[in-house]
Design a protein around this ligand. Structure first.
Ligand code: ATP
Length: 200
């Protein structure tokens, strides 16, 4: 597709819920989190480079990447974290662009929780924020994941603030209401994106 929309929002804001409705409308999605896992899946060059640096201990018994162990390793070691970011970010970026390039729908959507934080907004033509208050984020995430309010709050605090994202986004979907209210908002955006894609 020649028009790419970057879909973002904090933890528990409703990105997946919104993306699923766009998918029902026939829009193809690329998910940054999935791409980030694909580039280090079994048999990839990415994984081979991680093993070359950290040794076979970084693998699970089934030869897949032990993510918990990697996270622990890089948590306290700045040089290792920077090395890993320098390895993965270009690979993730290239793979996202390849997947977006292959999409056939009139426009496509890149879903990225850290769209602004990681500068991925520069890869898309337009940005769409799913907006909810931190209170709703906590409530919905606690219901979904059975985590504590403190755990959710620390993730919220590690992400760009609501105000920051609101000031950067081209379009905003308010997700404070019922899920049923989302559909008509999304159809309005969809029609606008179809128009934009015709002119792209
Ligand atoms: P994450 O970044 O944490 O993966 P997300 O932004 O993809 O989250 P969703 O998983 O879509 O968010 O939504 C979070 C939870 O809130 C889910 O359990 C979802 O079903 C629920 N939810 C989403 N929108 C609404 C709504 N309008 N009303 C009530 N619950 C909602």
């Amino acid at each position: 597709a020649s028009l790419v929309i970057g879909l973002t929002g904090g933890i528990g804001s409703g990105k997946t819920t919104v993306a699923n409705i766009f998918a029902e409308l026939g829009i193809e999605l690329v998910d940054a989190d999935i791409v980030a896992r694909e580039v280090v899946s079994t048999g990839t060059k990415g994984l081979a480079q991680i093993v070359a640096r950290f040794g076979n201990d970084i693998l699970n018994p089934d030869a897949s990447l032990n993510r918990a162990k990697l996270r622990e390793l890089i948590f306290s070691k700045d040089v290792d974290r920077e090395w890993l970011n320098a390895l993965l970010h270009p690979m993730i970026r290239t793979e996202m662009l390849n997947q977006l390039d292959r999409t056939q729908s009139p426009y496509s959507i890149l879903i990225a929780p850290l769209l602004f934080e990681n500068g991925l907004d520069r890869l898309v033509n337009r940005t769409l924020l799913v907006d909810i208050s931190p209170k709703q984020q906590r409530n919905r995430t606690i219901i979904r994941d059975s985590v504590s309010a403190e755990q959710v709050q620390s993730i919220i605090d590690s992400q760009a603030s609501r105000e920051d994202k609101l000031s950067k986004a081209d379009d905003v979907i308010d997700n404070h209401g019922e899920i049923s209210a989302l559909r008509s908002k999304i159809i309005a955006l969809h029609n606008n994106y179809l128009k934009l894609s015709n002119n792209a």
